[in-house]
Write a protein that binds this ligand. Structure first.
Ligand SMILES: [Fe+2]
Ligand SMILES: [Fe+2]
Length: 156
């Protein structure tokens, strides 16, 4: 079980990650040419903003101030993610997003298991987790579709 100081620290980490994702997905939605993918990224950014807001509200409720810890994304991606990101194209872009969503999901799951005594926080973390799962699902199926199409074009 975590004490309230540890919970606030963890919430600030998520607050920062979610903020990073808001900005990343908004930037990506302007980069990609495919209108449908662009709209999905715009919508994903909006949902991440809701996560930023609900986590900020939770931090305030606990008597603390939301603190932006800066760049949370680079350490998560490390070298592998950095290399993927430097490649041009929508597939590597989505693969980076999947990596981030998976990290968020595993950390939400971890956090959930440690705050079972606080039913409100527990529910909040669950709802954010499920949103990340839906993002991951969509990104993954789009990657599969695009890779399949590229493979067919190669075989032609
Ligand atoms: Fe999120
Ligand atoms: Fe997400």
């Amino acid at each position: 079980m975590m004490d309230s100081e540890e919970i606030v620290a963890k919430l600030n980490w998520f607050y920062s990650l979610e903020l990073n994702q808001v900005n990343l997905y908004m930037a990506q939605s302007k980069q990609v040419e495919d209108l449908y993918i662009s709209k999905v990224l715009e919508r994903a950014s909006y949902i991440e903003q809701q996560h930023v807001d609900n986590i900020a509200a939770q931090i305030k409720k606990m008597g603390s101030t939301p603190t932006h810890l800066g760049d949370i994304i680079s350490p998560i991606l490390g070298k592998t993610g950095g290399n993927i990101a430097s490649l041009f194209g929508v597939v590597p872009l989505l693969k980076v997003d999947i990596l981030l969503e998976q990290k968020a999901m595993s950390d939400y799951k971890d956090f959930i298991s440690q705050v079972e005594q606080d039913s409100e926080l527990w529910s909040l973390l669950w709802s954010n987790l499920i949103d990340e799962d839906l993002h991951t699902s969509w990104f993954s199926s789009k990657v599969q579709e695009l890779e399949c199409r590229m493979q067919k074009e190669k075989e032609r």
